[in-house]
Ligand binder design. Structure first.
Ligand SMILES: NC(=O)c1ccc[n+]([C@@H]2O[C@H](COP(=O)([O-])OP(=O)(O)OC[C@H]3O[C@@H](n4cnc5c(N)ncnc54)[C@H](OP(=O)(O)O)[C@@H]3O)[C@@H](O)[C@H]2O)c1
Length: 291
């Protein structure tokens, strides 16, 4: 029986990932503020900012075949305002986890981001393109990637983006849908482009990577390159909501603390070929969550 440890098991991706884990795997997971109710999972509470080294004994006790590390600050702006906290959770904790993981020969899979790229319109980034983050969130995630990939040749880094799904933790889709349902206006950016990723696709890809023992750096996003305004329009159409309530805004008009790249769409064909899997385009993904 395989053993999998999900660090950050209470988060958005992890909650979905758990649905796709084969029945005969033993599941362990950590959480911080949000406890894990699923009876099939042995869970451990840990605050990785306050007690980062506690993760060492948890990993040593379980000796998992696979570790999936999803812990991160979701807020790009928080990382920009508090470098020390971002360094602690994204860099220092990653060093601790990757060191103990390689010592006991666990395969470690880490979720990274399209924010490692500077951003360029009409381009889909490949794994071979040079990373050059424009904000501190992207910088710390890039440092973490380097640590993970150096620690063991069996490790995996997946760069993903704007994850969405039928889940109350799906931030962008929930904002748009809840406002439109209440007849309130929304103002998504028209000048920030990404490749939105269906959380169910990402979960299935992670399981295939582990089962096939694939290693290295991969992009793991949907194929559609879209700005947030057009994303919102597609959502409104699929859910039968009033698209007149969607007002486009530019990054100049609505200031954010951290700078954002203009377009960080990713090409995920390397991963798709490696695991014989296709990520859904945005229309198909949205009709999946609407069904
Ligand atoms: N969501 C996206 O659109 C997106 C896009 C690109 C990349 N990613 C990457 O994908 C990964 C997963 O994203 P997600 O949306 O699933 O994240 P999430 O829902 O915010 O989950 C984060 C997890 O980290 C845990 N955590 C946070 N601070 C912690 C701390 N101090 N100590 C211990 N645990 C802590 C949380 O625990 P509690 O909830 O129990 O506090 C939660 O389980 C992240 O690495 C993120 O950078 C996400």
């Amino acid at each position: 029986m395989k053993k999998i440890l999900i660090i950050g098991g209470s988060g958005f991706v992890s909650t979905n990932l758990i649905k796709y884990i084969p029945e005969n795997w033993e599941i362990f997971a950590t959480y911080n503020c949000n406890s894990i109710k699923n009876q099939k999972i042995k869970s451990f509470k840990i605050n990785l900012i306050e007690n980062p080294k506690e993760i060492i004994s948890i990993i040593q006790k379980i000796k998992p075949d696979y570790i999936v590390d999803t812990v991160a600050f979701p807020s790009v702006d928080l990382c920009e305002e508090n470098h020390l906290l971002a360094d602690k959770l994204h860099i220092d904790v990653t060093k601790i986890i990757s060191k103990i993981s390689s010592k006991i020969n666990s395969k470690l899979l880490f979720l990274s981001t399209d924010a490692v790229f500077e951003g360029q319109l009409n381009k889909k980034y490949l794994e071979t393109d040079i990373a050059k983050p424009v904000n501190y969130y992207g910088y710390t995630k890039l440092k973490a990637e380097e640590i993970i990939l150096l620690a063991s040749k069996n490790n995996v880094v997946l760069r993903t983006a704007v994850i969405y799904g039928a889940n109350d933790k799906s931030r962008f889709t929930n904002w748009i849908l809840s406002y439109l349902r209440e007849q309130k206006t929304v103002d998504p950016f028209i000048d920030q482009h990404n490749s939105p990723t269906l959380v169910d696709d990402l979960s299935q890809a992670i399981i295939k990577i582990l089962q096939n023992d694939i290693s290295g750096l991969f992009h793991a996003t949907g194929p559609t390159c879209v700005n947030r305004y057009d994303f919102a329009l597609i959502l409104a159409k699929e859910f039968g909501l009033d698209s007149n309530l969607i007002k486009p805004v530019t990054s100049l008009e609505k200031k954010q603390v951290a700078p954002r790249p203009i377009s960080t769409c990713l090409d995920s064909s390397k991963l798709e070929h490696s695991i014989d899997f296709n990520f859904k385009d945005l229309e198909t993904g949205i009709s999946f969550i609407a069904s």
